[in-house]
Every structure is written in structure tokens, then in C-alpha cells.
Design a protein around this ligand. Structure first.
Ligand code: UDP
Ligand code: MG
Length: 313
């Protein structure tokens, strides 16, 4: 059986269309499936729609979060409740073309335990968004030594991988990169990002920035080493400038170098602040993990018999 996890946040306009397209497609190819819609605390009618769909089709299930916990949490919650031999994750706005599910499924049958959707085009997006993501992937490719350009959350994973993934203790997951991190025979399926069926993207610039910083720091402590490296380099410059200043003062008897002082002040001030910010970020992460709060709280599950209120750690 194929489990399909669909994180959905305020997707009332898309849910029905998504369910229809996918059920038709999978029925047509005679693939047994379950669809798990994870309502990530939508404030619109998303969960009502899921309820109706679940009543009509027993293969459709729903999970409702008590508030918006983010797409990553929704993916993990969906995967946790999935029962299929393989699980696919797909956006709830039809931007991930559903027909590729069949290709992914076939590749899984051939023995690939990770099948990843790779974006060949990025669809319609704003100039700032595309520049930002280019820069982000450049940084991430250099830092982490994993080629993530074109990576997406559109993936199909074998049960084996899902079981490892859902047992990870960390709360700040980065689904896109984690499956790469595992190794195992994996393959990719290229797809073009379609235009959003309806509604607006849920990303804000600040949200993207937070996502970028979080994903980077959940994979590498390199920024921390970078601080030390930059610090040592500055110290070296200090020595050279120090000797020069002393020489000027003692031999030439001149008081010079106001520019140098100001430049240095600026440089040191800014690097100190950045360094403190980076360290602060990692400490915040440790703090989040140490608090041990649940990553999400489930308010409702469909069908109802499953459980009523569950906090997942
Ligand atoms: N999403 C979610 N929780 C959020 C934000 C988004 O579950 O806090 C879902 C959203 O409903 C959609 C998918 O994640 O199914 C991708 O979101 P979106 O289309 O906004 O991102 P984009 O495609 O623009 O990168
Ligand atoms: Mg989208």
C-alpha cells in the first residue's frame, strides 16, 4: 500500500481537487493507497473538507493540529500515522504534479528506497524569492556537501526510511535534506513546478529566512567554527596593525590612523554581533530541544476511533 501524506494549511480551495485527482489517478493504476491530510491548524474550512472527504472515502484520513506548527511537523505527523509499505509526501496545492507519483511508485518497486522529486523549473515566484533561494542553495551546497539544488518535499520513501525518520529525536527536522542524509539507493524524478491551483503561498520572507537558518544549522555546526576562524584572522590583523601603530608612535611620533580605528571598530563590532547572533541561534536550538515540548499537538484524528488528543514528541 502507498500512503500519501499531504500537509495542508488553509487549502480549502484545493483539498477537494487534490483528493479527486489523486484518487482517480491511483485507482486507474490499481495502486492501493491511503491519503492522510494533515491540517496544520488552518483557520479556514480545510478540516471540514477533509471530514467530508473521509466520510465519502474510507481510504482518506485526516489529522488536525491544534494550531499551526509548520509544514515539517505536519509531514512528520502524517508519516507517523501512515501504514503503507511506501509513503509519499506531496503539497496540497497541486504544485507537485500528481502523475509523477506513478513514476515514483514504479521506481520504488524496482528497489529504490528513496525517490526524490527534483524541480527542473521553479514555477512562478517573485524575483526576491528566487534570488533568495539561489543564494541559500549555494550556501547550503558549500557548507553541507550535499547537492540540494532543486530539492523539494515531493518524495516517496520506503517504510524502512520512514521508520528511521519518525524516530529521530530532533524536533527541528529538515525533511528536504534528511532523506539525502540517510544514504541508501536513491533516485530522482524531475518535475516542473506547476502553478498553485488556488490560494496564495504560505511563505513570508521572514518565514523563509527562519527556514533557511534553521535548516542550515540543523545540518552543520560550521558557522560556529567560522566564528573562530574569522576571530583568529582578525587577531592576526590586530597584531600587524598594532606593530605598525606602535612603530608610527615611537619612531615617527605621529598620531595617525583615525580611519583605521573607525574601520576596525566597525569591523569588530559587526563581526562580534554576528558571532553572538550565530551562537545565540544554536543556544536557542538547544533550549528548544531541552524543553522537550511536543513538536505538535493533535486535536482531532479521522477516523475518530484513533485517538482524541495527542502530543507528539
Ligand atoms: N503548509 C503547511 N504548513 C504551513 C505552511 C504550508 O502545511 O505552515 C503546506 C501548504 O498547505 C502546502 C505546502 O505546505 O500544501 C507548501 O506550501 P506553499 O504552497 O505555501 O509553499 P510553496 O509551494 O510556495 O513553496
Ligand atoms: Mg505551493
Amino acid at each position: 500500500m502507498l500512503s500519501l501524506v499531504i500537509p495542508s494549511y488553509n487549502e480549502e480551495l484545493n483539498i477537494c481537487a487534490v483528493a479527486k485527482v489523486i484518487t482517480q489517478l491511483l485507482d486507474q493504476h490499481k495502486i492501493t493507497y491511503e491519503i492522510i491530510f494533515v491540517d496544520d491548524g488552518s483557520v479556514d474550512q480545510t478540516f471540514k473538507m477533509i471530514e467530508t472527504l473521509a466520510k465519502e472515502n474510507p481510504k482518506i484520513r485526516g489529522i488536525k493540529f491544534s494550531r499551526n506548527y509548520g509544514k515539517e511537523a505536519a509531514i512528520i505527523a502524517g508519516l507517523k500515522s501512515s501504514k503503507g509499505k511506501c509513503c509519499a509526501v506531496m503539497d496540497g496545492d497541486l504544485q507537485h504534479p500528481p502523475e509523477h507519483l506513478i513514476t515514483m511508485y514504479d521506481l520504488w518497486k524496482q528497489g529504490y528506497v528513496i525517490v526524490e522529486g527534483v524541480k527542473t523549473s521553479r514555477g512562478k515566484e517573485s524575483w526576491i524569492y528566487s534570488k533568495f533561494s539561489k543564494l541559500y542553495y549555494k550556501i547550503i551546497n558549500n557548507f553541507i556537501d550535499m547537492d540540494l539544488s532543486g530539492a523539494s518535499d515531493y518524495k516517496l520513501l520506503d517504510r524502512k526510511i520512514v521508520d528511521i525518520l519518525i524516530k529521530l529525536p530532533e524536533k527541528d527536522t529538515f525533511f528536504r535534506g534528511l532523506s539525502l542524509y540517510f544514504g541508501f539507493p536513491r533516485t530522482t524524478v524531475e518535475f516542473e513546478v506547476a502553478e498553485r491551483a488556488s490560494g496564495e503561498t504560505k511563505w513570508t520572507l521572514f518565514g523563509l529566512f527562519r527556514y533557511a537558518v534553521n535548516s542550515l544549522s540543523s545540518f552543520t555546526a560550521f558557522p560556529l567554527y567560522l566564528i573562530t576562524m574569522v576571530g583568529s584572522f582578525l587577531l592576526l590583523i590586530f597584531f600587524i596593525l598594532g606593530i605598525q601603530t606602535l612603530y608610527n608612535y615611537l619612531v615617527r611620533g605621529a598620531v595617525e590612523g583615525f580611519t583605521t580605528v573607525i574601520l576596525l571598530l566597525l569591523l569588530i563590532g559587526s563581526t562580534t554581533l554576528i558571532s553572538m547572533g550565530i551562537i545565540g541561534h544554536y543556544i536557542a536550538k538547544i533550549y528548544e530541544e531541552v524543553k522537550g515540548r511536543p513538536r505538535y499537538i493533535v486535536e482531532k484524528m479521522l477516523p475518530n476511533q484513533d485517538l482524541s488528543l495527542e502530543g507528539e514528541i
